[in-house]
Ligand binder design. Structure first.
Ligand code: ATP
Ligand code: ZN
Ligand code: MG
Ligand code: MG
Ligand code: MG
Length: 500
């Protein structure tokens, strides 16, 4: 990896009188430019020139002290030298050329911000950055480490290679194989039995009284076996996530292909919309192109992961030691994902229902709470639902979002997927998960503990459609085949809605 930077330091006055001092400074700048790098590595000033009230510099470097870092390192001592002895200030920096080279056996065909040109030559990818004022790479971009982000992005793209890495999956535990009571597709059977009907949107269902009662029974089990005994408090999390929330939660890095975007009207003035209304009244069609002109840019998207909006409640706060660990949950609304071709029955839908359990505290609290939850879940799936199920250690969502797949970057954080077999097709589905997210959320939303200790958090999403898929595909729709304990909790089957 190489960096080539041409930049100038703008001075408050002609520094002719200081030329010798500057020359000496640059001659002796080696230690500043190599600090932290292995022996013989780091950045070098390959050319420099004093042009009255400007010092022009050419800096070449490797990956250890990147050229733009070197420039930032030089600014302070040079300011001190010129200020103290010559009363000259360093006013700012102008970048006139910036190139980055990375080793690569291939080209990449992506548009990257600030990159004007990308060439693949001699086993290297050469990036020529757009420099200067006005939206291009200048002082503030250097101070904000934009070049480093460009390099990380590039490395991520090169590492992904063709086809992408597969996610990590490692079996943790497996239940006994319970003989299935049923071998049909539960979605089809529920449709036949009048428990559910397709909604008008893709991947959306209308749940009739029987299916709804099944969901509510699952909820009641979670309340009785987890929420109550472990002391979780119910909250209502917003279901529209703004970009601001997703920037802090990390979802802004990669969630785009799967979200339902939300656009407000450009104005609430009925006159502005009259054209649309009139068109509809005459044609009975909604003029979508016209609507598109009259709505604003998306402000975010519909609930995707359920817990990010909760963190606004804690944002910027310090939590008293006595309040930790904190335990809350939400079951106040739907989640929405654009699942594309992947939708199938109620197993993979675009609109789904989840209970989201969130906890936070010190690292110890958080890991300990995760173990308690795992204990409760095991009891539910073994003794109440009697499923054939297993758990696996997988790439956590927050790393998948960022395109990382290895587990080496974690220190106790991670995700456990709960999977159940679907006897009708032999596939395993993830019916819920449990994640320890490390410091991700408290850091993203600047939440602190009174003790000063690092805060960790965890969350677990109980997917009701997935629980239903797992349970019904193994046990069928007939309560007489259901485990005794579940049947007791379910009570009487609602009579449902009949048609002529
Ligand atoms: P999958 O691997 O099946 O796509 P996911 O890993 O994307 O699921 P998470 O982001 O971990 O899902 O969401 C937590 C839980 O939400 C899942 O374990 C599942 O119970 C539920 N869930 C996620 N996506 C869907 C969906 N499209 N339909 C129904 N339930 C879903
Ligand atoms: Zn969550
Ligand atoms: Mg998914
Ligand atoms: Mg998954
Ligand atoms: Mg998951």
């Amino acid at each position: 990896m190489r960096f080539h930077l041409e930049a100038s330091l703008r001075l408050s006055a002609d520094a002719g009188a200081a030329e010798k001092a500057i020359s000496d400074f640059i001659r002796d700048a080696g230690p500043i430019l190599e600090k932290g790098a292995p022996e013989g590595q780091g950045a070098k000033i390959t050319e420099w020139r004093l042009a009255k009230n400007r010092i022009d510099l050419v800096i070449d470097s490797d990956r250890y002290v990147r050229a733009h870092d070197a420039l930032l390192r030089l600014r302070r001592p040079l300011s001190e030298l010129l200020g103290k002895q010559y009363r000259i200030g360093v006013r700012g920096m102008d970048v006139t050329a910036f190139e980055i080279e990375v080793e690569s056996d291939r080209e990449i065909a992506h548009r990257i911000p600030y990159v004007r040109e990308m060439r693949h030559e001699g086993g290297r990818l050469r990036l020529i950055l757009d420099v200067g004022e006005g939206g291009t790479l200048g002082q503030s971009e250097i101070e904000n480490r934009i070049p480093d982000r460009i390099v990380s992005l590039l490395e991520e793209k090169l590492e992904k290679g063709y086809g992408g890495k597969t996610e990590h999956w490692e079996l943790l535990w497996e239940s006994e194989k319970r003989e299935p009571k049923f071998r049909a597709d539960p979605t089809e059977e529920m449709q036949k039995a009048g428990w559910i009907k397709h909604g008008s949107a893709r991947g959306q269902w209308i749940y009739g009284p029987q299916a709804t009662h099944l969901f509510r029974t699952f909820e009641a089990i979670v309340l009785e076996e987890i929420i109550g005994p472990l002391g979780y408090q119910e909250m209502i999390f917003p279901k529209l996530d703004t970009w601001d929330v997703w920037k802090k939660s990390g979802h802004a890095q990669g969630v785009y292909p799967e979200i339902y975007f939300v656009c407000p009207p450009k104005t609430r003035d009925p006159a502005f919309w009259e054209e649309v209304m009139d068109y509809y009244k005459v044609t009975h069609e909604v003029p979508l192109e016209l609507v598109k002109e009259k709505i604003d840019l998306p402000i975010g998207g519909m609930c995707y992961a359920q817990c990010p909006t909760f963190w606004g409640f804690l944002q910027g706060m310090t939590l008293p030691n006595g309040e930790l660990p904190m335990r809350v949950f939400d079951r106040s609304g739907t989640s929405h994902r654009y699942e594309s071709g992947g939708i199938h029955g109620i197993e993979r839908v675009d609109e789904f229902h989840r209970i989201e359990i969130v906890w936070l505290g010190t690292k110890e609290h958080t890991l300990e709470e995760a173990e308690k939850l795992k204990g409760c879940y095991k009891h539910i799936f073994e003794d109440i639902l009697e499923l054939t199920w297993r758990t696996a250690w997988v790439t956590p969502w927050f790393m998948a979002q960022e395109g990382k797949t290895g587990l080496s970057e974690m220190t106790g954080a991670g995700t456990v997927d709960y999977e159940a077999i679907l006897p009708y097709n032999g596939n395993w589905i993830e019916f819920q998960n449990l994640s320890v997210n490390g410091e991700k959320y408290p850091k993203g939303f600047t939440v602190k503990a009174q003790s000063g200790e690092a805060l960790w958090s965890g969350c677990s999403g109980v997917g009701l459609e997935r629980w239903a898929s797992a349970f019904l595909s193994q046990k069928g729709l007939d309560p007489s085949n259901w485990p005794e304990e579940f049947r007791r909790r379910f009570g009487e089957m609602p009579k449902g809605i009949r048609f002529l």
